[in-house]
Design a protein around this ligand. Structure first.
Ligand SMILES: [Mg+2]
Ligand SMILES: [Zn+2]
Length: 188
């Protein structure tokens, strides 16, 4: 699935990656673009709890259209998701990566990073820490001054704050209006 593995420095290959051990490439190139970081469960897909199979995946209303809108407006679209299901033994890492590869095939997301750890594990990638965002910044040339995060939990917003970018708190429904309002306020 990972065609990128055969060409480590090919750019703009979309990928799923565990952020706990660092970046996938670590060589951002090209002009910086703003990034829209999206939480996964409750933002991209309906949060049924430990979603790990395609059969349990249900897109949030408006999510795919929102992702299209972000791409049309020049954003990297980067999903950052805590997946402690792996540490809990409820999912394997290959299962999670396979699901994320499927998501990449069905929406114009640039990358999906996950953290496999438990809340109290000493991993800087796990939200509310900002490690996953920092790792993304090692793979993608990011204009941090125009970047933001959309999440449905306080820990998402804290992760954004820890990366010094705004966090938009979604009520767990269609977040397109939230994003459009934010972007138009920023640019007006
Ligand atoms: Mg969530
Ligand atoms: Zn981790």
């Amino acid at each position: 699935m990972h065609a990128a593995d055969t060409n480590r420095y090919r750019r703009h290959v979309r990928f799923a990656h565990c952020a706990c051990d660092g970046p996938r490439y670590g060589r951002p190139t090209g002009p910086p673009r703003p990034a829209a970081f999206l939480d996964r469960d409750g933002v991209v897909n309906v949060d049924f709890g430990y979603v790990r199979h395609v059969r349990d995946w249900q897109w949030m209303h408006g999510a795919r259209a929102g992702i299209e809108w972000l791409k049309a407006h020049g954003y990297w679209v980067i999903v950052v998701t805590n997946q402690s299901a792996i540490a809990r033994g409820l999912a394997t890492e290959p299962q999670v990566l396979a699901l994320h590869d499927w998501v990449l095939a069905h929406a114009r997301v640039d990358a999906i990073y996950h953290c496999r750890h438990l809340p109290h594990d000493p991993c800087p990638a796990r939200k509310p820490q900002s490690g996953m965002l920092q790792v993304a910044g090692q793979d993608f040339a990011i204009d941090w001054g125009r970047s933001f995060l959309v999440g449905d939990r306080d820990t998402d917003i804290e992760a954004a704050q820890n990366a010094n970018i705004p966090g938009l708190l979604s009520a767990g429904d269609d977040w397109r209006g939230l994003v459009r309002d934010y972007v138009s306020r920023r640019t007006s």
